[in-house]
Design a protein around this ligand. Structure first.
Ligand code: TXA
Ligand code: MG
Length: 323
């Protein structure tokens, strides 16, 4: 999938302070060497993201945790053992290796081992950490193919690695283990039920935490069209009344939905994992068709359905002016 030529180019690009697009199992990342402050600043500039919003440090293996986190609690090791490489990010107290440029000046650092052969090969060959937010402009839909990255950021990145479509499709689940009790800061590609099974206790979801999590801004993950949320049983009446008011409506939902004639459906499967995988691609496709409203059918609130509902709610939230 990745020739040694391209791998060498990717690592050289990172070593000389360049920025590359890197496939992971969740979404594509915009990657820079964590220990190169200028390169990290370029990531913020390309994304148009406020520099105080911290980035996730991606590493090749769990054994690298102690060089980035000054205290690694037993529960962190247990989660790493169970789910890494995978769609889980751990927030821990940082060491000096995690610089202010990456952490936004916070005393904690977010760490993850991505489950993608291309990302792992790059991290392994680099022998360090890579800071990588999703490779989209701030506030827009995250990319799940190399094509999405090209369309959004094109010439602004030094190299785009194509690792195929992302298999998980939504960002990692972020768990804060820096406080007394674990908490989920962002539901994502690892189901909260799975975490709770391994930790043997309930883990609250605290998305409006005091730490700065840009994914927790209400209007994040927004397409251009307005988004209206709907339970499956109400989709048809929603569509009918929006059309009666003259809107050009598209529907994001499962093939089992029967829609009024002439209303296009963008397939988002009924099963939560399938919905997560398809979500961002379908949002982009629907957005390209020029609808002014998308009616999004909500999946069940279980497993990855919780992350899908979270992203759809943010896409549906009021947008700040110019955001
Ligand atoms: O799946 C993912 O996590 C993807 C792929 C590329 O790995 N990355 C991603 O990065 O979603 P980004 O920057 O779009 O989102 C990272 C989130 C942000 O909401 C950020 O605020 C939060 O992680 N974060 C980073 N460091 C943190 C910290 N020390 N404490 C709390 N939240 C933190
Ligand atoms: Mg993002």
């Amino acid at each position: 999938m990745l020739t040694s030529d391209i791998l060498t180019r990717a690592v050289e690009t990172l070593r000389r302070g360049g920025v590359i697009a890197l496939p992971t199992e969740t979404v594509y990342g915009l990657a820079a060497n964590c220990e190169d402050e200028l390169a990290v600043r370029r990531v913020f500039a390309i994304k148009g993201r406020p520099a105080t919003h911290p980035l996730i440090v991606h590493v090749a293996r769990a054994s690298e945790l102690p060089s980035w986190a000054r205290h690694v609690p037993e529960e962190a090791w247990r989660l790493a053992e169970a789910f890494w490489p995978g769609p889980l990010t751990l927030v821990l107290p940082r060491t000096a290796r995690a610089t202010d440029a990456v952490t936004g000046g916070q005393d904690t650092v977010a760490l993850r081992v991505p489950n993608h052969p291309v990302a792992l090969a790059v991290l392994d060959a680099l022998g360090g950490g890579v800071a990588a937010p999703s490779a989209n402009r701030f506030g827009r839909v995250s990319p799940t193919t190399a094509e999405h990255v090209r369309a959004d950021l094109g010439d602004e990145v030094d190299l785009i690695l194509d690792g195929g479509p992302c298999t998980v499709g939504v960002e990692s689940t972020i768990v804060d283990l820096s406080g007394k009790e674990p908490a989920v800061l962002r539901p994502g590609g690892l189901a909260v039920e799975e975490l709770e099974r391994v930790l043997g206790r309930k883990v609250p979801v605290r998305t409006s935490a005091t730490v700065r999590v840009s994914g927790s801004l209400a209007s994040h993950y927004a397409p251009r069209a307005g988004v209206v949320l709907s339970e499956p049983a109400d989709v048809v009446s929603r569509v009918t009344s929006l059309r009666a008011r003259g809107h050009n409506v598209g529907v994001l939902g499962p093939p089992s939905l029967t829609l009024p004639p002439g209303v296009p459906r963008y397939d988002v499967p009924e099963d939560p994992a399938g919905a997560a995988r398809a979500l961002y691609t379908r949002l982009r496709e629907a957005d390209e068709q020029g609808h002014d409203v998308l009616v999004a059918c909500l999946p069940r609130a279980e497993g990855l359905g919780i992350a899908v509902r979270d992203r759809l709610s943010r896409a549906a939230a009021p947008r700040p002016a110019g955001g």
